[in-house]
Write a protein that binds this ligand. Sequence first.
Ligand SMILES: [Zn+2]
Length: 409
Amino acid sequence: MRTVRRSYRLRAYPNGAQRRWLDRWFGAARWLWNTALEIRSEAYRECGLRLTGNDLSRWVTQWKRTPGHEWLAEVPATCLTQCLRDQDTAFGNFFAHRARYPRFKRKSTSGSLRFQDAGRSWGRGVVSLAKLGTLKLAESLPNVERPDMVTLSRDAAGRYHVSFSVAVEPSLLPIVQRSVGVDVGLTHLATLSTGEKIPNPKRYHAHLRYLRQQQRCLARRQTGSRRREKQRLRVARAHAKVTQERQYALHNLTTRLVREFDLICVEDLNVKALARGRNARAIHDAAFSEVRRQLAYKSGWYGRILVEVDRWYPSSKTCSECRYTLDELRLDERQWRCPRCGFCHDRDVNAARNLLLEGLRQQLAGCDDRVLRVDAGDACPEEEILVQVLAEEARSGHRNRFCMEQVRF
Ligand SMILES: [Zn+2]
């Protein structure tokens, strides 16, 4: 059976006592991380010794008995062990050149703890954690097997979340014989090759304006004052709201695309261009990479194909009707008329159609001579068969050459 790892994140509402405990525990976990990191770094610098989490967990037992450090014994033991193990992973990533050297954790309003046993109650809108008791959740836990590990975290906006990942069996979606090109943009969240434009969430810009105001207000507050702390929370909440709204819209979009189309063509993310781009580009890219990330895993789950088209492909200034390429197209030109065939293009729709054409061409490597055509809404019959073949290929995991020959006519 095909399984994938799926992660869940649910809002949690600890009561007053639990919140006070967590305040202390987050602090203790941070202290342990920083102390362990210091000891490890020093042992390596001084004697070339590579300590592991196991070595350090013996020390933890000692510390718990040391006067002045009794508070360490309050924290669930598995959380501390897990903290050391996480540091092992961080070092492992560093030695494998996957990450930077582990860093010290700053004292902040956010924090997290990893619990090894999710406890007895599971699934009725509560989860029970070691030494913390039953924790109220915003919704019922999904009907999945109980995870080995549950993370409880608090973000800068003071919200608590429970997160975990489990293996689930996603069911493949039925083949719908439709393909689409998607152009992610600034003015609209996305434009589809079908001509549809998906707008940004309505309140999004209002939130951004509010955020700017509150940020300016924070800058004027005195460091360490009570009013600054209040204002910091306001800014953090505004940030959280913007992110939430954007995330909601993006998930809505990607889930819809994956449901409605078998083959989805998007622009490829070019990392080099990121470094050069201006601010507007950065926002665009942030949304863009998130759309691509969501499409990638969702199409993996549900048996869809995601095609990435090279960013340098001139998708905006090529005519999707006759393939004529303009020399230049300014960013503010939302519409243009093709000098060869006279077709009046909407900039974004044209780009999306070109992405679809180019994506299909990439999928059909070796059939470049075929003239592909995309109409608004429905594809020509040849293409329908093609998309079906491609979708079936993606499911079986190998290219079915026999079918391909048939499609080429
Ligand atoms: Zn043209």
